[in-house]
Ligand binder design. Sequence first.
Ligand SMILES: *Cc1c(COP(=O)(O)O)cnc(C)c1O
Length: 392
Amino acid sequence: MPFDLAARLAARRAENLYRQRPLLESPQGPEVVVDGQPLLAFCSNDYLGLANHPQVIEAWRAGASRWGVGGGASHLVIGHSGPHHALEEALADLTGRPRALLFTTGYMANLGAVTALVGQGDTVLEDRLNHASLLDAGLLSGARFSRYLHNDASSLASRLEKATGNTLVVTDGVFSMDGDIADLPALARETKAKGAWLMVDDAHGFGPLGAHGGGIVEHFGLSQEDVPVLVGTLGKAFGTAGAFVAGSEELIESLIQFARPYIYTTSQPPALACATLKSLELLRSEHWRREHLQVLIRQFRQGAAQIGLQLMDSFTPIQPILIGDAGRAMRLSQMLRERGLMVTAIRPPTVPAGSARLRVTLTAAHSEAQVRRLLSALADCFAQLGAEPSHA
Ligand SMILES: *Cc1c(COP(=O)(O)O)cnc(C)c1O
């Protein structure tokens, strides 16, 4: 039996690692309906609360009326339309780079950028906690692939010593499952000193971080020389879908020539670009969203510390509670659900073995009262679980 899928599935279940998709029956937001149950959710990446914003919806509608629905072809054939081009210019402006290139998803942007820049004879060095799409991109590139210790510039430096060929150093900006941010000034220093290039995937930083939502690079005040390849995704704080790579004229022209996930795919619907242009405008101008988010983050961290929960070193909207055992994390997630709250348990292989967690995410659409409700439910669940026999 070459394909014993039933056995693989049974093993995954036995390890408490089986995945099931919750069915969302409402728009994204703090109050959702999931599998028929109304829930207060703390697990989306819609950090600024723009995924269901009336002005963004209206821009989408107007875009569809003017441009139709489908992209119709790849960008290089006849699928590159006015809204895509305008969005690229707006994203270049947001990032302060000469150019930006729109991709259909963040996964594809990462695959495209890494595989276009390095190949056989080159080196790609990645943080060991990087997003799966970056790790996959490194493996697919054919370059020598090595992972350095998490956010550790000296571990990176020792690998840079042994690097051959064009060398690309790749890191998440905000680490998606931990919420901590990359020590970009130190990583950039080591990388530049060796004539290598730094690529930052700031999927979770654009929007919440930086004075104008420009993400981790704006937060640290870094230049294009520090971070030549800057990736952002549009499905998180922008509230829409898609992704972009920002950088020099030569970088973007190279991606148009050589990035296969850019070339061999249909462009995103132009109306989606219209919606993103509106959400980008709100992301940059409505500072209250970032400020409110910071208030909620402080409130959550203070409350969680009082309960004695083990948080991570994060000042971003990603505020995981470390649990350890996957079964215990699942049980807590289920207990919260019974109390009307949705917080996802994140288990291996998404996170390292033994570090299952409840991944709490906060958004600007949450209220302080809702965060209080979360804290009191957490206190309740942890107290109850402490009194139960172990579920290991
Ligand atoms: C979500 C995410 C991606 C993938 O982006 P999509 O547009 O959802 O494909 C890439 N990198 C990081 C760090 C992410 O969190």
